[in-house]
Design a protein around this ligand. Structure first.
Ligand code: PLP
Length: 288
């Protein structure tokens, strides 16, 4: 495998960063995950924009959009990938011990990509199980979840809770006890034929898949509500699913001990999302 490190492609064994990198020492850095379909990076402009937002909230210097996409495409080409998972990581870089970002002269910039591994078809057919984690999502005033940062410890602890309890993903509540999001996903549910999802104010990473699903739902005549929701709301729902770049629309069959059908709205949105991907690929091909 070839990895893009700083300004060049290197073979995987040489793709190393210093133990003095502040990403390693303090989690001082950001990342993005993207998915390529048939060689086209889906919604690349939105992902790069979000990376830019994370960077500016941390006053982290990143390459410009054109250079980032150039490095992504170089990485895909070098590894002959067309269906791919792509991760961009930017850390504060190497510097002496100490929290001050000014100690680091240059950020470390890494892009790697792997062949996309499809999720088992049974997940989409039968749905997956979620728990509600004891571990809370970040308090916005401490570490704003809109920063896709290298600090994911509470999400990792929540994921461990899910695994220990035999579930696939954990729903995290915010510090006030309202539903926030999954450990790497956004949560949706259907109640009284209304598509509901926690609003950004609940303390979430505003997922790009979430945004697309909300738009598709509205364009297709579904009622959508973004707001603050309790666990009770999800237990009273008729359908639940979660979204992210790699899973797209993933149906949920169970939250704690409450079961759900893989309902019509979930199936419809999953189909509409797939069509949106196709539309994007066509539009991108037409503009080349
Ligand atoms: N929320 C969190 C905490 C995430 O880590 C992710 C994705 O990794 C998402 C939501 C979903 O975001 P997206 O749809 O942009 O992949």
């Amino acid at each position: 495998m070839y990895i893009y490190l700083n300004n060049k492609l290197v073979a995987e064994p040489e793709a190393v960063v210093s133990v003095y990198d502040h990403g390693f020492l303090y989690g001082d850095g950001i990342y993005e995950t993207m998915r390529a379909y048939k060689g086209t990076v889906f919604m690349s402009e939105r992902h790069i924009e979000r990376l830019g937002r994370s960077a500016s909230l941390l006053k982290l210097k990143i390459p410009d959009k054109k250079n980032i996409m150039h490095s992504v495409h170089k990485t895909l080409d070098a590894n002959k990938l067309s269906e791919a998972y792509i991760r961009i990581t930017v850390s504060r870089g190497k510097g002496p011990v100490g929290l001050d970002p000014a100690l680091c002269k240059e950020p470390s910039f890494v892009v790697f990509a792997e062949k996309f591994r499809e999720y088992p078809a049974a997940y989409y057919r039968d749905g997956v199980r979620l728990i509600i984690a004891k571990t809370r999502r970040n308090f916005i005033g401490a570490l704003d979840p809109r920063i896709k940062s290298l600090n994911f410890l509470n999400n990792i602890i929540a994921k461990m809770e899910a695994k220990e309890r035999g579930a696939y993903e954990a729903v995290m509540l915010n510090p006030q006890g309202f539903i926030a999001e999954g450990t790497i996903s956004n949560i949706f549910f259907v109640k009284d034929e209304m598509l509901c999802t926690p609003s950004v104010e609940a303390g979430i990473l505003d997922g790009i898949t979430r945004e697309i699903v909300i738009d598709l739902a509205k364009k297709n005549g579904l009622r959508v509500r973004e707001g603050l929701f309790s666990q009770e709301d999800i237990f009273k729902a008729t359908e639940v699913f979660f979204t992210n770049t790699t899973s797209e629309v993933m149906p949920v069959s169970m939250v704690e001990d409450r079961t759900y059908e893989i309902g019509k709205i979930t199936q419809r949105l999953r189909r509409l999302y797939k069509e949106e991907v196709k539309r994007y690929l066509k539009k991108t091909a037409d503009s080349k």
